[in-house]
Design a protein around this ligand. Structure first.
Ligand code: KIV
Ligand code: ZN
Length: 507
């Protein structure tokens, strides 16, 4: 069986999704989960884009083991040096150098001749090879580049030290037949190198193109959890992995991914990025294993295989199991946390236990999904501001008003504010207390499980002096969940761990 390398770029290309801003703790949490999932390479970020991103990559390089950590760099000296510094502590580091190779990108964006582009690529790969264990070279917009030129630049990059050559369909334009042919020709021309596919989903063809690429000989696929990424996103990791697993007859290849971790990875990425998964999304969507029509239900009861080509257990979708109640003690709580696969310090367990008790008191039963949401929502953000209490007045014919008590470094403080609605009033009162300017960019709300007693989960993305921060809040009351999300975003600002959006245009 051919082994296909899975290069996950959720934390780099995925984080370039509009409105997504992950702080270090969240990036690290996702990176640990990706390692646990069994990907071969984690592209942790684009260090030159901001000091925050460089720090995020460095932290992942220091703390995540057993997997290659990659950092993106343009074909420029400073980019490569900054990427190399961020990767210093990695067990196995890879600098991912890229430059555009299509006529339109070279002429309009780079304003460089093809010869100058080759020179830059060679200089960049040569430097990167001196500073990292491994170098990957990407020819941005490869699918719209001239084949002979692509072969020429790839040969030069390979000679300079790049062992992985990536041919991205940057704008999601290729069809599976075209992309497969391109990869096939590149593999024939560069038999010593690993060819990699990186497909965007502008025409909804990213997964099909990735599969065409491995049929044609590619040894590495670049993808993201839930298919998040620039514009319409990247090829979805879970769809690729399950296509290979389910259709081994067509694709006699394997990956190192533990399929049972797919659902958990999807939920984690969705929660922390605030990007909801569409219900009908293959493999991880809410409806992916749900049968509505009577004929289908009848068939599945008689023999699951009548309408299901994959087993839900295989992707880690266990039913919402009751794990705890309001009388559960700390030992039971700790056991449930471990059973869900989390490895948390005693200090974190103690912090979470308080919140768990609070939720269990109000909700009664806490299911595995609730517990996961709680752990993910209460991720490692310094607690400069803590919600003490919230009172909200709202309804028809009244001006919505919120009164908030907050624990701040200066002690307990209280403020009240009015707004167009209870959420706005709450945000204004909290912002007043924090004395920080925060402008709301995106607000999303969803229920964690189904049913009337489900927990409400709110995620916000906000802007502070040009930087994006995000927060997640969980509560039985959605206004309280909103308050918690806003406070988490503020805590990120104070903690200074925000990942600033790059000032430079990103790839
Ligand atoms: O889509 C693209 O071309 C990229 C490269 C930087 C690999 O993301
Ligand atoms: Zn991309």
């Amino acid at each position: 069986m051919r082994r296909i390398q899975i290069f996950d770029t959720t934390l780099r290309d995925g984080e370039q999704s509009p409105g997504v801003a992950l702080h270090h703790g969240q990036k690290l949490e996702i990176a640990h989960q990706l390692a646990h999932l069994g990907v071969d390479v984690i592209e942790a970020g684009f260090p030159i884009s901001s000091p925050g991103d460089a720090e995020g990559v460095a932290r992942i390089a220091r703390e995540v083991r057993g997997v290659t950590i990659a950092a993106l760099a343009r074909a420029a000296k400073t980019d490569i040096e900054v990427a190399a510094r961020a990767l210093e502590a990695a067990e196995h580091g890879r600098i991912h150098v890229f430059i555009a190779t299509s006529p339109i990108h070279m002429a309009k964006k780079l304003q460089l001749s093809p010869e100058a582009v080759i020179d830059r690529a060679v200089q960049a790969v040569t430097l990167a090879k001196q500073l990292a264990a491994e170098v990957e070279f990407s020819a941005e917009d490869a699918s719209r580049s001239e084949l002979d030129f692509l072969i020429q630049i790839f040969r030069a990059a390979a000679q300079a030290g790049a062992s992985v050559l990536n041919a991205p369909d940057t704008v999601g334009y290729a069809t599976p037949r075209e992309y497969g042919e391109l990869i096939g020709r590149l593999c024939a021309a560069l038999p010593e190198s690993t060819l990699s596919a990186h497909c965007h989903d502008d025409l909804g063809l990213a997964v099909a193109n990735s599969l065409a690429a491995i049929e044609a000989g590619a040894g590495q696929l670049e993808c993201t959890v839930n298919g998040i990424g620039e514009r319409a996103g990247n090829a979805s990791l879970e769809e690729i992995v399950m296509a290979l697993h389910t259709r081994r007859d067509s694709y006699p290849m394997e990956t190192g991914v533990n399929t049972r971790e797919l659902y958990r990875s999807s939920r984690l990425v969705s929660r922390l990025t605030g990007m909801l998964v569409q219900p009908n999304k293959a493999v991880v969507g809410d409806n992916a294993f749900a049968h509505e029509s009577g004929i289908h239900q009848d068939g599945v009861i008689k023999a699951r295989e009548t309408y299901e080509i994959m087993n839900a257990d295989l992707v880690g979708r266990e039913a919402a199991v009751l794990v705890l109640g309001k009388h559960s003690g700390r030992a039971a709580f700790r056991k449930a946390v471990v059973e869900l696969g989390y490895n948390l310090s005693e200090e974190r367990i103690a912090e979470l236990f308080g919140r768990f008790k609070d939720l269990a008191d109000r909700k009664g039963q806490i299911h595995s999904e609730d517990l996961r949401a709680l752990i993910d929502a209460e991720s490692e953000v310094p607690q400069h501001f803590v919600l003490e209490s919230l009172q909200v007045l709202s309804g028809t014919h009244v001006t919505p008003m919120a009164t908030v008590r907050l624990r701040t470094p200066q002690g307990i403080r209280q403020a009240a504010a009015t707004g167009d609605g209870p959420v706005e009033a709450t945000f204004l009162a909290i912002s007043q207390l924090s004395e920080l300017e925060l402008e709301l960019e995106a607000y999303r709300i969803q229920s964690v499980t189904r049913g009337g007693d489900a927990l409400g989960e709110v995620s916000v993305t906000a802007r502070h002096r040009g930087a994006l921060v995000s927060g997640i809040g969980l509560a039985t009351d959605v206004v309280e969940a909103s308050a918690r999300a806003w406070i988490q975003a503020l805590n990120q600002v104070v903690g200074g761990s925000r990942s600033l959006r790059p000032a430079e245009p990103t790839p």
